[in-house]
Design a protein around this ligand. Structure first.
Ligand SMILES: O=P(O)(O)OC[C@H]1O[C@H](OP(=O)(O)OP(=O)(O)O)[C@H](O)[C@@H]1O
Ligand code: HPA
Ligand SMILES: [Mg+2]
Length: 166
C-alpha cells in the first residue's frame, strides 16, 4: 500500500505533540494507581512519546521492541529486529500511532499483558490499543515534527504575482 490511500495531512508540531502526550499521562495517572514496571517503546516513532511519558510518570526503566513496517508512506512487510523476554505484565507499551493496526497486532502478540498506548489512533487500528488520545481519520497522513523542517515560504503577494505572470 502506498501514498495513494492518504488524501490529507495532519501536521503535528512539537508543542502539539508535547500537549497530546501530557494528556495521555494525565489519563494514565487517573486510571492506574499501581506504578508501571517500565516502558516498552516501539521504535522508532514510540521513542519520543516514551521519553516524555517517562519524565511525567517518573519511570527510569525503558526497553524497546524494534520493528519496521513503512518506508515513508509505503507499507511493507513487518520486520521485527528486536523483541523482549517477558509478556508485558505490569509494563506500559508506547507507540506514536496506530494506523492499519499491523504493527500493533504483532506487538500485542509479543506482549499480550502490557497496557498498550498510542498518542494518535486511526479507526482501523484503534481497537487494538488500550488507550489513545487523538482520533485521526484513516485517509489522513500524520506528519510528525521529527520528519519536518522549518523552511522559507514566499509572501502571499509574491506568490500571486508569479501565478498571474504564468
Ligand atoms: O498501524 P500500522 O499501519 O502498522 O502503522 C503504525 C506504525 O507505523 C509507523 O512505524 P514505521 O514502521 O514507519 O517505523 P518508524 O516508527 O521507525 O517510523 C508508526 O510509528 C507505527 O509504529
Ligand atoms: O500517518 C502516519 N504518519 C506517520 N507514520 C505513519 N506510519 C503509519 N501511518 C503513519
Ligand atoms: Mg513505528
Amino acid at each position: 500500500m502506498s501514498e495513494a490511500r492518504y488524501q490529507t495531512h495532519l501536521t503535528i508540531s512539537w508543542d502539539r505533540l508535547h500537549r497530546d502526550v501530557r494528556t495521555l499521562c494525565h489519563r494514565l495517572l487517573e486510571a492506574h494507581e499501581e506504578p508501571f514496571k517500565g516502558i516498552v517503546a516501539i521504535t522508532r516513532g514510540g521513542l519520543i512519546p516514551a521519553a516524555l511519558v517517562a519524565r511525567e510518570l517518573n519511570i527510569r526503566l525503558i526497553d524497546t521492541v524494534c520493528i519496521k513496517s513503512y518506508d515513508h508512506m509505503d507499507q511493507g512487510g513487518l520486520d521485527v529486529l528486536k523483541g523482549v523476554d517477558h509478556d508485558g505484565q505490569g509494563w506500559l507499551l508506547i507507540d506514536d500511532l496506530v494506523d492499519t493496526g499491523n504493527t500493533a497486532r504483532a506487538v500485542r502478540d509479543m506482549l499480550p499483558n502490557a497496557l498498550f498506548t498510542t498518542v494518535y489512533a486511526k479507526p482501523e487500528g484503534k481497537a487494538l490499543v488500550d488507550l489513545s488520545v487523538v482520533d485521526v481519520e484513516q485517509a489522513t497522513w500524520i506528519q510528525f515534527p521529527w520528519d519536518m523542517a522549518l523552511s522559507y515560504i514566499e509572501p502571499l503577494a509574491a506568490q500571486r504575482g508569479s501565478s498571474e505572470s504564468s
